[in-house]
Design a protein around this ligand. Structure first.
Ligand SMILES: [Zn+2]
Ligand SMILES: [Zn+2]
Length: 271
């Protein structure tokens, strides 16, 4: 049975990722108003009514702007850590109590045919998580909003067939950005901020070494990065190690405002 994954949109301006295994369909984050999420899902022929759940990584607005509307409109259960629920507070409006589900970083759970592991990430939110989702022998991991890439995150996501990894900014572009004050720059560059192109490229080498075949660079900054630059930094790092994008690994960029392609992952030995 294949697994499907699609970055509906990814970037500092909003994030939503779709994943399906068997008949189980989930959305990770809904970081633009509800209508944008519906449009993006329709763009890949997924009826929002057919979703089983909404998983939330953390309470920053680029991850939750559409959570309340989608949950209420489609009766979707929302899964988030206790800290994230507290952080979201009134920002997502009232969610009927029967749709509120609390999860714990490090504790696996199942949703239909999908196994789900939330894991802690170093980010300046209350209790932020990344997710590893698996079905059969296939797995997909998402790790964005990371100030750095610790061994603990590596251990959670290594060996996934597909990984969406943050490649947020170019540190020089960020430092030179006249629209960001010193405090904001420090926050982004900090250990609980966002992952730079260079740090992403270093992490990629380890992850590809551990067998990952598809890597999507995501959560790009609109002001302090470009898709071309993110791609260039990572593919050059791979090239230096003799790894060629397109031959040894599939390396792509998720765009901020265009629905990405639907990736189909197949089990290696189909019975
Ligand atoms: Zn964040
Ligand atoms: Zn974010």
């Amino acid at each position: 049975m294949p697994m499907y994954f699609c970055p509906l949109y990814s970037g500092s301006s909003g994030n939503a990722l779709f994943c399906q295994y068997g008949s189980t369909r989930v959305l990770i984050d809904a970081g633009k108003p509800g209508r944008a999420g519906e449009e993006a899902l329709k763009g890949i022929h997924v009826d929002p009514e057919s979703l089983d759940a909404l998983l939330v990584t953390h309470e920053h607005s680029d991850h939750i702007a559409g959570v309340g509307v989608l949950a209420r409109r489609y009766g979707l259960p929302v899964y988030a850590t206790r800290g994230t629920w507290t952080g979201m507070g009134q920002k997502i409006g009232k969610i009927p109590p029967e749709l509120c589900r609390e999860i714990t970083a490090g504790r696996d759970f199942y949703l239909g045919e999908l196994g789900i592991q939330p894991f802690p990430i170093p980010h300046d939110a209350a209790d932020p998580v990344g997710f590893r989702l698996w079905g059969g022998q296939l797995s997909v991991s998402t790790a964005t909003d990371l100030g750095h890439f610790p061994q603990s995150v590596y251990e959670r996501i290594a060996g996934s067939d597909l990984i969406l990894l943050e490649s947020n900014h170019d540190p020089d572009m960020l430092r030179a950005n006249p629209h960001y004050n010193a405090q904001l720059k420090q926050r982004i560059l900090g250990q609980r901020g966002h992952l730079s192109n260079e740090s992403c490229a270093r992490a990629l080498l380890y992850l590809i070494g551990a067998g990952t075949g598809t890597v999507i660079l995501g959560h790009l900054s609109g002001e302090n990065n470009t898709p071309e630059l993110a791609m260039q930094v990572s593919s050059e790092a791979l090239r230096r190690e003799g790894i060629q994008s397109g031959r040894d690994v599939l390396l792509q960029v998720a765009l901020r405002d265009r629905t990405g392609k639907v990736y189909t992952l197949q089990e290696r030995n189909n019975a």
